[in-house]
Every structure is written in C-alpha cells, then in structure tokens.
Design a protein around this ligand. Structure first.
Ligand code: AMP
Length: 290
C-alpha cells in the first residue's frame, strides 16, 4: 500500500493505473475506520483493480460549535486496517492541501438538502458535496462506494453526479451495525457508557416502526412518525433532533398511501449527535430480528 498526502503524489500514483486502463474504486472517509467503512473497502476490493481510500476530516461540513475538533482520529490504526484489506492507495491530505486559503467555490444544493439533517445543519451538505466533488476530481474513480447509514448524503451525491454530469458510478451499501443494533459510527467512540447504552433505543425504535409498517394494510406516515417520536421520547438519555417518516426518494412528506418510505432519525446522546435510518419497504434481516 502506498500512502500519499499531496494531490501531485496522488496523481503520480494513479497515472500508471490509468494508462493501463485499470478500474479504480474509491472510498472517501473521515477516518477512525470501523466495520462500516471496511465493508465499503472490501466491496471496492472485490470489484475494482485499484482501490483508493481517502481520510480527511473535512472542516467545511462542520458548523461552528460542532465536533470538528473532537472528531476521533487514528491515522496509524486506519493505515493498518487499509493495508490489511489490500488497499492500494491511501490518501491523507491536510486541510491546507485540500483548501486554498482563498478557497471561494462551493456546491450549492436545493431540494434533497433542505430536509432532515439539512434543517438542523444548514451548511453541512454543501460542505459534503464540495469535498466529494474535489475528491472525485482528484481520484477520478470509476466507482465510488458510500454507506446508506448516511442515506441523505448518498441521495444528494447521487443527484449531484447526475446534475453535474460526473462520470462515476455511485454504489450505496447497507448499514453495518453493532451486535445490539447500534449503527457503527466513528462518533460512537465519543459516547459515555450511559450514552452508548441509551443509543440502543435508536435501532429498537426503528425496528418497532418496521413492525408497525409491516402490519398496516396501508401505511400511514403520520402515525408511523408519531410512534417513532414517542418511542424515542420515552428513551431515557436521548434528545430528538428529528424523527421523520418521509418519501424515500424526495425525502419530503410522502403522498398518502405511499409505500416507499424512509424512517430517519437524528438524536443527541449526551453531546454526541447520532443518525440512523431504515427503508421501511425494503428487507432488513438485522433490524427485523432485533
Ligand atoms: P464517514 O467517515 O463517517 O464520513 O463515512 C465514510 C463512508 O462510510 C460514508 O459513505 C458513510 O456512509 C459510510 N459509513 C459510515 N458508517 C457506516 C456504517 N455503519 N455502515 C456502512 N457504511 C457506513
């Protein structure tokens, strides 16, 4: 595995692979890698001849007062995990290498970015879309691998790739969970013991809403949302940022009787903001056995 930091090193490392026409798979991350990230890397390894992983905690997607400074980091451990999985190229740029001091261009989003996390973090997705564009422009992969754990992010990136005619295939992969159902997240490392215990109510609530959906002849998004909120409100130690049942494509209020629904939540456990979601109309063996 080769580890690079500057864009010119990256370009040089990719040059030969490109000249040989090898397929390039790319997994962008913010590091502190866990099994969720590793599932993306493993899939890229199976499907592509050259696998590139980036680790960059992107400042432009954090607002003032968010957890940029306390975001967990472990570059050595991450490099070891990548090496073990057969990653070819690990790209770890610095903030200065990614953003010029007078950086003045960013991606403006509407529609999908205005709901769910976009309401509580109004500048977040523009920062995400901008960094993903910059990373894709540098790596120029054939395929980029992303997690459904960040469902809204994945939807926004898929739309952006279409809207801006970007030549990359976006592969979305299922959420990897801890044995008790909590979605793996680098931020879980910041939870206290009690906060981690409280977080179990998130997948439990999603599992309950899946049962309610499965039992309804015609799903009623309002009553599903009310149940979801009620079960999270009843959970000691959690504070709801949002708990919604939305159209799985528009991420807006669904049309009456619509079946393609996403249940999505963001909650605070202590000062750690956790997100999770489930497509109610799609199978999920793990949540259905919780
Ligand atoms: P992050 O490092 O949190 O920016 O995540 C990097 C990529 O890993 C994103 O595409 C995430 O959606 C994905 N990811 C994060 N957590 C999980 C998980 N638990 N299961 C699957 N993918 C995940």
């Amino acid at each position: 595995m080769q580890t690079v930091s500057t864009r010119s090193e990256l370009r040089a490392a990719l040059q030969q692979a490109r000249a040989e026409g090898r397929s390039v798979g790319f997994v962008p991350t913010m590091g502190y890698l866990h099994d969720g990230h590793l599932s993306l890397i493993r899939r890229a390894r199976r499907e592509c001849e050259l696998v590139v992983v980036s680790i960059f905690v992107n400042p432009t997607q954090f607002a003032a007062g968010e957890d940029l400074d306390t975001y967990p980091r472990d570059p050595e451990g991450d490099a070891a995990s990548c090496r073990e999985l057969g990653v070819d190229l690990l790209w770890m740029p610095t903030k200065e290498q990614m953003y010029r001091p007078d950086h003045a261009t960013s991606i403006e989003l509407s529609g999908l970015a205005n709901t769910l996390c976009g309401k509580s973090r109004p500048t977040h997705f523009s920062g995400v879309a901008t960094i993903v564009t910059k990373l894709l422009n540098s790596v120029r992969p054939h395929r980029v691998y992303m997690g459904q754990k960040d469902y809204q992010q994945l939807a926004i990136i898929r739309a952006m790739v279409l809207d801006l005619d970007m030549d990359v295939e976006v592969i979305g992969l299922p959420t990897v969970r801890e044995p008790d159902g909590v979605a793996m997240s680098s931020r879980n490392a910041r939870l206290s013991a009690e906060g981690r215990q409280a977080a179990v109510q998130i997948p439990q609530s999603l599992a309950a809403i899946r049962r309610q959906y499965a039992e309804a002849a015609v799903p009623d998004a309002d009553s599903l949302r009310q149940s979801l909120r009620a079960s999270l409100e009843a959970a000691p130690g959690l504070k709801i940022d949002y708990a919604e049942v939305v159209d799985a494509h528009t991420l807006q209020a669904p049309a009456p009787g619509s079946r393609e629904l996403l249940a999505a939540v963001a909650v605070f456990s202590g000062d750690v903001r956790l997100i999770d979601n489930t497509r109610l109309d799609e199978p999920d063996e793990f949540l259905d056995e919780l």
